[in-house]
Design a protein around this ligand. Sequence first.
Ligand code: PDD
Length: 285
Amino acid sequence: MEQSGDEWQMIVYVNGKWVDEKEATVSFLDRGFVFADAIYEVLHIYNGNYFKLDLHIERMQNGLDKLRIPFRAQDLIPVFEELLTFTPGLEEGMLYVQVSRGTAPRAHGLPVLDEQSVVAYVKPLQPDRRIGEQGGHAILVEDLRWQMCNVKTTGLLLNAMAKQEALDRGADDAFFVRGNVVTEATSSNLFIVKNGELLTHPNGPHVLPGITRHVVIELATKLGIPVKEVMFSKDELLAADELFITGTISEVSPFLEVEGQVIGSGQVGPITRQLQAAFRQETAL
Ligand code: PDD
């Protein structure tokens, strides 16, 4: 189905069928709906191509294996390719995909189901690059999430609540603090720059192993900027020279204020700008 004119009609892939968004439904007994028993991914499309498709597939497979959902993430690639054909000429967009364990009468044990529920769609994206250009403001929120933040399940309620708290308080995002350790933002990883070095929370149960985080670490290393994957405290965050977040949608976005306290010079710093430029080149946008 071709898209024409200004009106965007989304075609959604649902369990082997291509349907209009109004008809894209799953059962009320879907495990994703009832238990957040589902893995999802968000991919950025630059110049009509998926950015780091292989890394997203690998992370998705890790998540599916962790939840013991018997599904091969690799099998989604033809679906992703077909989704792109519905949006010819798409320059920039995003793909959302979610795989749940499937549909079964509600019971806590993990049923072994022949069919998983798969939902995927692509839509054009005009990300708001205001924060990327000018820098954002953040609040701090206690990290009450679980010990499996490295698994990309659809159980995002605490992320959503933290984001809303930020918006309610006139900020752009919230940074999670577990004990005294700063972990990540609501849908992005977090980096600080101190004395020319880049610091970010190590991968593990308390942060998502972000694809953008991975790319930025590689770029920094190439540029000769030392990277330390170590924990840092709230005080270290507030005393940072520069601060930025990374994510599929947020890309590399500086933050200039946290809880009303100015970070560094209060301007977007040189290392952040350098990494933003390198990242833009990588995406060739
Ligand atoms: N979020 N941390 C969290 C909690 C996230 O939800 C995300 C991504 C990231 C960054 O990961 P990546 O660089 O692979 O996008 C870190 C996606 C974009 C979302 O939920 O919309």
